[in-house]
Design a protein around this ligand. Sequence first.
Ligand SMILES: *Cc1c(COP(=O)(O)O)cnc(C)c1O
Length: 219
Amino acid sequence: MSIKNNLLEIKSTLPEIVTLVAVSKTKPISDLMQAYDAGQRIFGENKIQEMSEKWEVMPKDIQWHMIGHVQSNKVKFMAAYVHLIHGVDSLKLLEEINKQAFKNKRIIDCLLQIHIAEEDTKFGLNETELNEILQSEAFKNLKNIKIVGLMGMATFTENQDQIKKEFQFLKSIFDQKRQIITENCQLNILSMGMSGDYQLAIECGSTMVRIGSSIFGGR
Ligand SMILES: *Cc1c(COP(=O)(O)O)cnc(C)c1O
């Protein structure tokens, strides 16, 4: 199967409200261009340097999503162009994104990453930490970021019940926090689901799936 066929087949199964992020990390630009030529305009990368190198040479109507863990000292390298940052998991990082967005005269959309997996290797906030951020005065003063949703990664397991429980948990937090609507916070996006579990994620209420290997092949 070609990248184009993979992409079109997956897209044909997605409900209209679900946005597809084509996760192109580690893949060469020629692969991304095949997806681009098939109509894909949203790409996800997990390393800022790699994303920037691709952004520089690729068509400018692409929306670049940072889906990986972000180090504060690297935010400046993507602040001019990044469309959505999925993996925000601290107030300190939000403050840095806000600072760099201000320098670029932009408002940068962000998702807060919630820890839903059993493994403690995966990044993310617990519910208490999420509440602490949303309720803090420091957060309310950030005018150059906007929290537009939540993101989570399920445990890497074959156990569908476990994955489903984790997605349902994230959806319940999402529904609860959607009631908060302020200048810099309005949750519309629920980013959950990857190649192995995106159908289940959609059943559980995902509005944005991040799919890599099923489009571009294994890494
Ligand atoms: C790599 C990655 C994906 C895509 O994973 P696949 O299994 O290749 O679809 C999705 N989300 C995040 C955060 C990733 O790092």
